[in-house]
Design a protein around this ligand. Structure first.
Ligand code: NOJ
Ligand code: NOJ
Ligand code: CA
Length: 707
């Protein structure tokens, strides 16, 4: 009954919305919500659901959970899914041209107020208590379905935040603290930290962030920390995300991926992609200037992209803090182009809810506009944090999570996003192109994005005073005169390009940003994007690009033709053929290879490998290798084998362990190896260990080192 009412209501809203959009002529800017594995032409708008717009006062909590007028930023302030839907139908979000929303974790959160001085609440959505129910303060399931329907009708994708690392704040030995980190399964009690007979949670205390292992197997802050090897939890978290996938979400932002076992995350992602492939990006926090090879490996081999903290920190250093310059920025661009196999699947931003807002009190808002312009024209899939277009400020949590101040569609920031979101849809160089530096000094950066004859040229001068005459600039745009795509919003001018690619000298004023572009036309088949990048034989991948030709040709994985499921000049859906499991190239009609597609041996399960009595000398670590791709096919190197293994928290030296994603139901041969920093390898003696992975769920294999 209730369900029927909800459905009727959203059908009505959705049809009213199409009428509104048709009238306003906005539909032309709409994104393609049918392609959930490729977000590269999208602009994602990040909304803290509680802080955006209150569309339904009836669901607001009362008492110490709620702050009327949002004067207390640690409380719920009333924002909800109905409010977001209203901001789609009234044209605020569609008018800005954003084609995807990232909203707070939608699941039921604890209702308890923390006994802290601030009286913290779960308004941010990161304190789950039941991943299979909605947070009623954001709305009912009918409200959620309505938001999806309204967004899709407007050409907008919906990405949910999802935090499978933990439930909520809790304390060992103090079951009365808040809700004791309780986990429910659609209303049925599963466990809480102090009532955990089946080992759903770890009980290892909180992490001091000293090592990767410590951050995984101890709690993040005081959040009750899931033991992902527990079969109940493994199944629960797979079922829970499937429930939201079945509601029609288009993508997932995965919280705190650095704090979950890589192997479990990969197996979970495999399960998710097999249920319905969508783009997922994880949050692996990196501090300013931090570069972490484990972060790159995660982005390359987990089946997810990551939030691009290297990009975010670099743009903030140049344009917010003034601690770096464009030479430094371009160094980040070239480094990340090789460190990430798919740099365009990394998600860029200039600020978010875990750092100071880009704009700050007393700063020139033009700095934020410039940062948005560079980010929306750079490689990677860009996010705009809600309110950045309104120049909201706030240096710390929770002031950086203020209530949306206004919905003014005339701010320059709003209009910079509007122009460039439209350009991301119109010119594929922004989604797929590489980045070439055309002219640089500390203040000036002129960069070119190019893909299959499509070109976007961007010039920025961050100097506060004085203009620079730009001479000696070259571009790959053909001869002609090009207007500034920003319409001089940031004082851009037209340029004239000559037949040899030289650009006539022009002045680039202090604070100017100009964007010029040319839509080309592929002269040969050229792949722009493949998704998902982790798959297996028999599953479908979506290959986007240009010049594939109108009639079906041949598309291959690792040189083997797959079954074509659909074909157009810009998109091929291909069933992955049987190939040797491993990393492979994709080709369409003999195009240049798109490299790095991981073809798994089979569906994945997470298995904990433990080896006891493996004593090592200083500098040596224990690794695993074995007979399948997932165990590195008998590679014995410190970059190729699985590891280094852990030996501190769950098991202690001379025992070593790691949770590894392996093919389900497969009989695997394996051995452990000791490898030192120079790459010297000591193999286990004896014959190979043999293990058959379970068809589903998790398992543990525990052996002694064979001397
Ligand atoms: C990272 C989130 O972005 C942050 O806001 C949250 O508090 C932690 N993960 C824990 O969920
Ligand atoms: C002119 C050169 O053509 C360009 O490549 C260079 O970046 C600038 N000078 C700044 O040094
Ligand atoms: Ca509300």
């Amino acid at each position: 009954m209730a369900f029927f009412r909800g459905k009727r209501r959203f059908q009505l809203v959705a049809s009213m919305l199409s009428a509104v959009l048709a009238g306003a002529g906005n539909a032309a800017n709409a994104g393609d919500v049918s392609n959930d594995v490729n977000f590269t032409s999208d602009v994602i708008y990040q909304i803290m659901t509680d802080r955006f717009h209150d569309g339904d006062q009836a669901n607001n909590p009362s008492g110490s959970l709620y702050s009327f007028g949002c004067s207390d930023l640690k409380k719920y302030c009333g924002g909800d899914w109905a409010g977001i839907a209203q901001k789609i139908t009234d044209g605020y979000l569609t008018g800005m041209g954003v084609t995807a929303l990232w909203i707070s974790q939608p699941v039921e959160n604890v209702f308890a107020v923390a006994p802290t001085a601030a009286g913290d609440t779960s308004y941010h959505g990161f304190w789950a208590r039941d991943f299979k129910r909605t947070n009623p303060i954001f709305g009912s399931m009918a409200d959620f379905e309505n938001l999806i329907a309204v967004a899709h009708a407007a050409g907008i994708k919906v990405v949910i935040d999802f935090a499978p690392n933990h439930t909520s704040p809790s304390r060992q030995g103090d079951p009365l603290y808040m809700e004791d980190g309780v986990l429910n399964d659609d209303g049925t009690f599963v466990a809480s930290l102090n009532s955990d007979t089946s080992g759903v949670f770890y009980h290892n205390g909180g992490t001091d962030f000293s090592t990767y292992e410590d951050g995984i197997y101890r709690g993040l802050f005081d959040l009750a920390d899931f033991n992902h090897q527990n079969g109940t939890i493994d199944g629960y978290l797979k079922d829970a995300i499937n429930l939201w996938l079945d509601k029609g979400i288009d993508g997932i932002r995965v919280d705190a991926v650095k704090h979950m076992p890589f192997g479990w995350s990969k197996a979970w992602m495999n399960s998710t992609l097999e249920h319905r492939p969508v783009f997922a990006f994880g949050e692996w926090f990196l501090g300013d200037g931090e570069v972490d090879p484990l972060n790159h490996k995660y982005a390359n081999e987990s089946g997810m992209g990551l939030l691009d903290f290297r990009f975010g920190n670099a743009i903030r250093s140049v344009l917010k803090f003034g601690t770096s310059d464009w030479n430094g920025f371009h160094g980040m661009i070239t480094d990340t182009a090789t460190a990430y196999h798919e740099v365009i699947d990394q998600v860029t931003f200039i600020d978010n809810h875990d750092m100071s807002r880009f704009h700050s009190v007393g700063a020139d808002p033009r700095r934020a506009d410039m940062a948005l312009a560079v980010t929306l024209t750079s490689r990677g899939t860009p996010v705009v944090y809600y309110g950045t277009e309104q120049y909201m400020t706030g240096d710390n949590d929770p002031t950086n999570r203020g209530y949306m101040t206004s919905f003014d569609t005339t701010t320059r920031g709003y209009n910079v996003v509007k122009k460039l979101a439209a350009l991301r849809q119109a010119n594929s160089a922004l989604g797929y192109g590489d980045t070439e530096q055309r002219w640089v000094n500390n203040d000036i950066y002129i960069f070119e994005r190019e893909y299959a004859g499509n070109v976007v040229l961007v010039a920025i001068n961050k100097a506060f005073t004085g203009s620079t005459n730009i001479t000696g600039l070259f571009t790959s745009m053909p001869a002609g005169t090009y207007a500034d795509e920003l319409g001089s919003l940031l004082d851009g001018n037209a340029i004239t390009v000559n037949a040899n690619g030289s650009v006539d000298a022009f002045d680039l004023a202090a604070g100017e940003v100009a964007v010029w572009h040319k839509v080309g036309g592929a002269s040969a088949p050229t792949i722009g994007h493949v998704g998902p990048m982790m798959t297996r034989a028999g599953q479908a991948i979506t290959i986007d690009g240009e010049g594939f030709g109108a009639s079906a040709g041949s598309a291959t994985v690792g040189g083997v033709a797959g079954t074509v499921l659909s074909w157009s000049d810009t998109q091929v859906k291909l069933q992955v053929p049987s190939v040797t499991p491993g990393f492979h190239s994709v080709n369409v009609n003999g195009s240049t290879a798109y490299t790095g597609l991981e073809v798994l041996t089979n569906s994945q399960v997470s298995v904990r490998f433990v080896v006891n009595n493996a004593s090592t000398v200083v500098g040596q670590n224990v690794y695993l290798t074995g007979s399948v791709h997932e165990l590195s096919n008998w590679t014995a190197t410190n970059s190729g084998s699985i590891g280094p293994f852990f030996n501190q928290v769950v098991h202690q030296y001379p025992s070593w362990y790691q949770d590894v994603s392996v093919p389900a139901g497969q009989t695997i041969e394996f051995k452990f190896v000791k490898i030192d920093g120079l790459g010297n390898v000591t193999w286990e003696a004896g014959s190979n260990h043999i293990f058959t992975a379970p068809a589903s769920g998790t398992a543990e294999v525990n052996v002694n080192w064979q001397y």
